[in-house]
Design a protein around this ligand. Structure first.
Ligand SMILES: [Fe+2]
Length: 164
């Protein structure tokens, strides 16, 4: 699949832009998958903490949407095509599949925390890849994404961290 689709006056070298488009599309697949995983948790959670978790998981999905937009649009800014269809996402996402058979708040907190942490780790690798690849702006974008995901991970994981 060719990565450069549009001519641009952006002065970043074409080889750099090519590598960044591939990197951005990889993390785009992950974050789209992650957003749906948060919705899956939002829809299916049950138990005594229902309302708090139901609302929190929706907030996670909403905040991920903003990050998703940043990632997708940078791929296009660099001359590429954002690969955001469900067919591509299901082939390319590196996140483990979200379990369909869980119900309790505890299980959804654990499953979503683990998905957020996996994406957070991949994003931190992407910061380094973009820095070494010569694109400070893509590195900065991923730094922002990683900071946002760390915050979401805290908000979800806090439900399982109290010492009782
Ligand atoms: Fe809803």
């Amino acid at each position: 699949m060719k990565s450069i689709h549009h001519k641009t006056r952006n002065d970043l070298r074409e080889s750099i832009r090519r590598a960044m488009i591939v990197l951005l599309n990889q993390r785009l697949a992950d974050v789209l998958d992650l957003g749906l995983q948060a919705k899956q948790a939002h829809w299916n959670v049950k138990g005594p903490n229902f309302i708090g978790l139901h609302e929190l998981f929706d907030k996670v999905a909403e905040e991920l949407e903003d990050l998703t937009d940043e990632i997708a649009e940078r791929a296009v800014e660099l001359g590429g095509v954002a690969h955001g269809t469900i067919q591509i996402v299901s082939k390319s996402s590196e996140l483990p599949a979200y379990p369909l058979d869980i119900t309790s708040g505890k299980e959804h907190v654990a499953a979503l925390s683990s998905a957020l942490a996996t994406f957070g780790a991949a994003t931190r690798v992407a910061i380094d890849t973009a820095t070494k690849g010569g694109d400070a702006d893509t590195a900065d974008l991923f730094t922002g994404v990683s900071r946002g995901v760390d915050k979401l991970l805290w908000m979800v994981e806090a439900h399982s961290q109290a010492k009782e």
